[in-house]
Design a protein around this ligand. Structure first.
Ligand code: PHE
Length: 402
């Protein structure tokens, strides 16, 4: 299952520049006109634009999720338009900020499908927000592709809702297997954000699988995203003396938890899921997050050719910044949509839906994507370690689906 366990720390010092300001990057992206820079020898699209939508947390506690996704989508659009778009028609983007709130997500998707009349919707990142926006797309018959919501319930909304990432039963298994086999953890504590469908679901999957692999859950505690004091939970966890602490939350809370855990004298590795993936994790958690691990969709230091090409293009477009997993998944989701548009009989919701459903072996940055009968993608996960000074994610292992 683990393809490689090389710790590649030494090779990676050149990626320590990951901390470029995401807000600045977004501003740069927003001012970039679509199709402004046609590639040499390609005929840029000039026909009537095709409007697609994106809803994401461009501000708020999970702001880098939406910002990175937006960057990835904009890069994909720019490249697609420079190559001629869809038979000469360029893609245009309408984007709304969910601020990380469910009611804003519902409102944003309603605007996209009812007022803006987009042909397809990309988003959200957070599962809870995709669960809020998805039913609007389903009802309106407009396809939605979430780049990164991993909770199984998201695509179960209906036949209009797709994702290009793996799901949490697999991610939880990957984390549990890594904890047992690689960290040699016999006991684990779990600290779950009870306000997020993602965290609750992933916590359950980790728990189930850690026990299945022979481990013992020593303590289970919860918090509500946005909390600032984790003393009570950390006191319980410290008393249980776990070998590892699994925290399937989002980066702002995880950074704060790491700081407080170290202050409380807890020095075991923290382990988490893709929700950790933000340059802000190390900005908040500093060296408290060093030596901690999380499962993710991609690592910026993976040697794969597609990853290298994407990172170069993204860096060129966004002031040298290194894309996180959401930048990669936003890019992949947009490209999957464009590929489906090319194969689709028309841009009507149902035709486009059928074309997305027929996606097979698409060579994406985050791995080859085939959409299965549940409208999910079955893909490998990577494990990264927060290493270096300041800590940044370094590729440790690839976990393949069984
Ligand atoms: N998988 C998370 C969710 O479902 C979102 C996420 C994906 C966050 C990738 C960071 C990176 O809520």
């Amino acid at each position: 299952m683990f393809e490689s366990l090389l710790s590649r720390r030494s090779v990676l010092s050149s990626f320590a520049i990951a901390g470029t300001c995401a807000v600045l990057c977004l501003a740069a992206a927003a001012s970039a006109k679509p199709a402004a820079a046609p590639a040499a020898a390609a005929k840029p699209a000039t026909g009537e634009p095709i409007l697609i939508g994106h809803y994401g947390s461009l501000t708020g506690k999970e702001a880098t999720f939406g910002q990175s996704t937006s960057n990835g989508i904009k890069l994909a659009i720019k490249e697609f338009n420079a190559k001629g778009g869809l038979n000469g028609r360029p893609i245009a983007l309408k984007e709304y900020d969910t601020k990380g709130e469910a009611k804003e997500a519902t409102l944003a998707v309603t605007r996209l499908v009812k007022s803006d009349k987009v042909v397809a919707v990309l988003g959200e990142v957070a599962s809870t927000l995709s669960l809020a926006g998805g039913p609007v797309c389903q009802e309106a018959g407009i396809p939605m592709i979430t780049p990164s919501s991993t909770n199984p319930r998201v695509t179960a909304i209906g036949d209009m809702v797709f994702r290009v990432c793996f799901i949490d039963p697999f991610q939880g298994l990957a984390g549990a297997k890594f904890a047992r086999e690689n960290l040699k953890a016999k006991t684990a504590a779990i600290l779950v954000d009870q306000a997020q469908a993602y965290a609750v679901g992933l916590g359950d999957e980790f728990k189930k699988n850690f026990a299945k692999f022979g481990g013992t859950i020593a303590a289970e505690t919860t918090y509500t995203g946005g909390a600032s004091d984790f003393t009570a939970q950390l006191t319980t966890i410290r008393a249980a003396k776990p070998d590892v602490i699994y925290i399937p939350g989002y980066y702002t809370d995880v950074g704060n938890i790491a700081l407080q855990a170290r202050k409380a004298g807890i020095n075991v590795p923290l382990l988490g899921g893709d929700g950790w993936d933000s340059e802000q994790l190390a900005k908040i958690g500093k060296d408290a997050i060093e030596g901690c691990f999380y499962t993710n969709h991609y690592a910026p230091d993976q040697p794969d050719a597609r990853v290298r090409t994407f990172i170069a293009a993204y860096g060129k477009e966004f002031g040298g910044s290194v894309p996180d997993g959401l930048g990669a998944l936003g890019y992949d989701a947009a490209n999957i949509l464009f590929d489906a548009m090319k194969r689709s009989k028309s841009l009507a919701g149902k035709d486009l839906r059928d074309a997305i459903a027929a996606t097979k072996n698409f060579p994406a940055v985050t791995g080859e994507i085939t959409i299965n009968a549940q409208r999910d993608a079955v893909k490998s996960a990577v494990v990264v370690e927060m290493a270096g000074d300041p800590p940044s994610p370094k590729y440790v292992a690839t976990v393949k689906p069984e």
